[in-house]
Design a protein around this ligand. Structure first.
Ligand code: IPE
Ligand code: IPE
Ligand code: MG
Length: 261
């Protein structure tokens, strides 16, 4: 993706002591960076605040992550906002999150317009409360023509549900005679996931220290480099983003082979 060098330099002015723009190779920025945005509750708890305040602060971090991704020239940014298992939370928190998604999206649409960002959702959006689903559809419609970064927000997303859905789609296509059973290969499955057409993430960042995937992109993360940071999502900044990319760029990605160097 194209980068505006002047805006990039200005955006990363006044770095902290341990990381700066010079620490990353701009020629090797991952195409697709994905985030498991975790730790909003703990952030709030540590301040004696309600969990809702943590989610509200998390929105600010996500906005910054979108801008950072655009400045760095990332092609695809994806982020896990609500899992199929998150319905188990207290009704009040679920309601609050659904409301927050809707109001935030309306408020942030100008940013997408300004930065040429195309919105996409991963997950079963139709099953969301009507108001949230409507706003999401509006976001999709308004940004459909943009060809800058793709921002894929995972809401009501679960990897296992996604794979079961792909299996149902394949079964229907076979039954309808559109697809032969011998044509069911990895691509046929990938084409029926919510991420169809997107490259797999090269880098996954999970905040707040949990060493698990929580049903996120199990297929797509097969060879992704994983960075887990103890930073809580509401504290995650552009500098933490640079630290994660720096870490990614020091990895030896072998894909099952041997190192060539
Ligand atoms: C992540 O923060 C946001 C969502 C899952 C919606 P959490 O709400 O999971 O925060 P912790 O893990 O309880 O700190
Ligand atoms: C994963 O976080 C889901 C999202 C960030 C949306 P959780 O907080 O739900 O994950 P667990 O419960 O700790 O595995
Ligand atoms: Mg959590």
């Amino acid at each position: 993706m194209e980068r505006d060098e002047a805006k990039l330099r200005a955006y990363f002015e006044e770095p902290p002591a341990d990381v700066s723009l010079e620490d990353v190779d701009l020629a090797r920025i991952p195409r697709h960076v994905s985030f498991i945005m975790d730790g909003n509750g703990r952030w709030a708890q540590a301040r004696g605040l309600a969990r809702s305040k943590g989610h509200a602060a998390g929105v600010d971090s996500l906005r910054e992550a979108v801008t950072t991704s655009v400045r760095l020239g990332v092609d695809v940014l994806s982020a896990y906002a609500f899992s199929t298992e998150n319905w188990r939370r207290p009704q009040e928190e679920v309601n609050l999150l659904m409301h927050l998604f809707a109001t935030t999206l309306v408020k942030e649409l100008p940013l997408f317009h300004q930065e040429n960002v195309r919105l996409r959702f991963l997950g079963d959006i139709d099953a969301l409360p009507k108001k949230t689903a409507n706003v999401f559809q509006r976001g999709l419609d308004e940004t459909a023509g943009y060809d800058g970064m793709t921002f894929a927000l995972a809401v009501n997303y679960g990897s296992r549900a996604e794979m079961a859905r792909a299996a149902r789609m394949i079964a229907s296509d076979v039954a309808a005679g559109i697809l032969d059973k011998d044509q069911i290969d990895e691509q046929a499955i990938a084409d029926r996931l919510y991420t169809a057409g997107l490259p797999d993430p090269e880098l996954l960042v999970r905040t707040s220290g949990e060493l698990r995937l929580s049903n996120y992109l199990l297929w797509q993360l097969a060879y992704t480099e994983i960075v887990v940071t103890d930073v809580l999502w509401p504290d995650f900044s552009r500098w933490d983003y640079l630290r994660a990319i720096r870490s990614y760029q020091h990895r030896d990605r072998r894909f099952g082979g041997v190192t060539s160097a």
